[in-house]
Design a protein around this ligand. Sequence first.
Ligand code: UDP
Ligand code: MG
Length: 327
Amino acid sequence: MNAGNAAGRKAPVYSLVIPIFNEEAVLPLLVRRINALLDKLDDSAEAIFVDDGSRDTSVIFLRGMAASDPRFRLIELSRNFGHQIAITAGMDAAAGDAVVVMDADLQDPPEVVLDLVAKWKEGYEIVYARRTKREGETLFKRVSASLFYRALEQMTSVTIPRDVGDFRLVGRKALDTFKQMPERDRFVRGMFGWMGFKQTAVSFERPERAAGETKYPFWKMVRLAVHGVIGFSDKPLRLALWAGLAVSGFAALLGVFALFSWLFASGIVHGWTSTVVIISFLSGINLFMTGIVGLYVGGIHAEVKRRPLYVIDRLTGFEEAVNMAAE
Ligand code: UDP
Ligand code: MG
């Protein structure tokens, strides 16, 4: 499991994990900044790039890097598995005592890693990088992110820190705990919130993407948000219960009203409008609630299949075949 040790070499102290999905535009700059960071770190380090099924020239570039520089390693996944899984693959392979996950687009500035490391040395097991300012992100993204985290906080018993993405440093204990969490439905920031340990945050100003375009279009963001809620809260299921109760109460009142009008009023055949409104309203609620239940059932379905989380196509720069099976 421990790549460096397996080869009889001393494992590095620091591992960087960087997921890559079609990042050719930013790679040369990224590698330069990572190199500078590796030089500045006070101990041995490795940089693990995880190619998440890129369809551009990213892989060619990274293979070259990993083959020529012993500090660089490359994991190529067999297809696009998504950001959260790519991060997991990288962390599974990381041999360091402290592992830092960061985005490839330099929105997580490599220099901040030095601050994270300083906190880790003070004894914190998990150090988050908190965004104080977000440049170049649309108002919509900022507002929706903020609303989402507020809602999630209300719905779960797990504290997921505000304004924190996946840019963080985790120590060995946290990493080993993470590896024991086999869930398919991965909302990595929530998983680290769940496990406890001594945690703290370091603030930084989030710059714009250095080059290229976001790999998180609107629907991917929505999906991540839904996974976050479903994975960490059963409140939506209970919502079905309460909504069901409320609607039944309303229906009972309506029934009483109907009975009275039948008893005491004469000639009441109209009421077509109210019937249509009520029926369509109820079918709407029904479908919505079935959908929510479906989300959880789908989650269970995905879990019971027990497939590996990801498939590795090729490794470059690892001393020997690393035992990185997802299970
Ligand atoms: N990414 C990935 N797989 C995906 C989508 C994104 O590995 O399916 C990587 C991407 O290359 C980047 C990081 O995840 O390193 C964050 O993506 P991005 O910067 O596009 O997200 P944003 O900052 O816009 O939320
Ligand atoms: Mg980004």
